[in-house]
Ligand binder design. Structure first.
Ligand SMILES: [Zn+2]
Length: 380
């Protein structure tokens, strides 16, 4: 599983004058040998660079070490990732590898920092989901995160009456009432456990499954803290009570939730920018916003890349090369300025959302909400 701490560590990787090699390769569990040849194909380009006399000796030696390290790591046994990412700067003794639960494009980037955008995109796609399967007598809880679903804790069992339908007359009335009371008590116990987990930040969203007519009964018992996080419900018949079915239905809810969230964030930012509020659209303003640490939340269209440049002295970001308009130093060219942009926003305490679904962002590429109005752009 992709841990936030690992990503933090990779975000902080610095070559300090030496190149950092980032390499992503798809992994096909059905064709394991293909993986090492995919990696090898990419390393071929890097091997050519290690013979390039235009590069200084330390950089070439470091890259040579990176190639050897990744070659070796590519032969390791792996379970079932969809892709693997390697980050290496052997001259500084730095190496990280992460297995990704989503396929990404094969790609390698040599830069002074790790190329992390595909990693961040994979990570922000995930919301920790508490899946609850409930009926009048039982409540099961599952934790669904990054393509893994595990049952958490023992099921809650409520008391049920065995044969309420055998009762008759007044006795039937009381028996039914008793059954209702027991069901309510059970629903409340399930709701309380969710409420407690919500308070402990155990999950972001909830998916509720069960018999069609019982799910609404249960939802009525949820406290507001939990109800506002219910991303969706799904019907589940008793014969479908297997993990695969539960997981499939819950994953569909999480996916719809993610797309809806992306659409909402883009619409809010675009509307706010159009109204002259604290938001901007388009690469130029977003780069400038990040340069002055004004970005609250950055939205980036997934799948776009853009060459650009960065000032190592003051963090100025641009798609053009040349000199920094703030300090006059020569800018450092970077293969993907959107990556620098995302890292810069995270460094300054902002958030980054990679938008995968179809929104107005296809036209703007980036949009951002701002913490304060942007000062005039130094390049005019
Ligand atoms: Zn500068």
């Amino acid at each position: 599983m992709l841990q936030a701490e690992t990503v933090d560590r990779i975000l902080r990787l610095r070559g300090g004058g030496l190149p950092v090699l980032s390499l992503y390769a798809r992994f096909d569990p059905d064709d394991r040998r293909a993986f090492s040849s995919r990696v090898d194909e990419q390393l071929h380009e890097v091997r050519l660079l290690t013979k390039d006399s235009g590069l200084d000796r330390d950089a070439r030696l470091s890259l040579r070490g990176d190639v050897a390290r990744i070659e070796e790591a590519a032969t390791q046994e792996r379970l079932h990732p969809q892709a693997v990412a390697f980050f290496s700067c052997s001259g500084r003794g730095l190496f990280e590898e992460v297995e990704l639960p989503r396929p990404v494009r094969d790609r390698n980037v040599i830069d002074e920092t790790a190329w992390v955008r595909p990693l961040l995109a994979v990570l922000d796609e995930y919301h920790r989901c508490r899946v609850v399967v409930v009926d009048r007598g039982r409540g099961r809880f599952f934790d669904l995160y990054q393509d893994e679903m595990v049952e958490c804790g023992a099921p809650l069992r409520g008391r049920t009456l065995r044969k309420p339908d055998y009762a008759a007359g007044m006795r039937e009335y009381t028996t039914r009432n008793k059954a209702e009371l027991l069901a309510e008590r059970h629903y409340r116990a399930v709701a309380e456990r969710l409420d407690e987990e919500a308070r402990n930040h155990g999950f972001d969203i909830v998916a509720v499954g069960g018999h069609e007519h019982e799910v609404p009964e249960f939802l009525a018992h949820l406290p507001r803290s939990v109800r506002e996080r219910v991303a969706g419900t799904f019907a589940l018949h008793p014969r479908e009570d297997d993990l695969g079915t539960i997981r499939g239905r819950a994953e569909a809810i999480v996916q719809r939730y993610e797309w809806a969230e992306e659409r909402r964030l883009v619409a809010e930012a675009v509307e706010r920018a159009a109204a002259g509020g604290l938001a901007v659209t388009g690469l130029r303003d977003c780069l400038w916003g990040a340069s002055v640490a004004a970005v609250g939340q950055l939205l980036v269209q997934e799948g776009f890349e853009q060459a650009g440049a960065v000032c190592d002295a003051d963090g100025y970001l641009t798609v053009e090369g040349g000199q920094c308009p703030i300090c006059g130093r020569a800018l450092r060219r970077v293969p993907d300025v959107l990556d620098e942009l995302a890292q810069s926003v995270i460094d300054d305490g902002g958030g980054v959302e990679h938008v995968t679904t179809d929104t107005a962002l296809r036209e703007h590429v980036t949009a951002a909400t701002l913490r304060f109005p942007l000062p005039p752009h130094p390049a005019g």
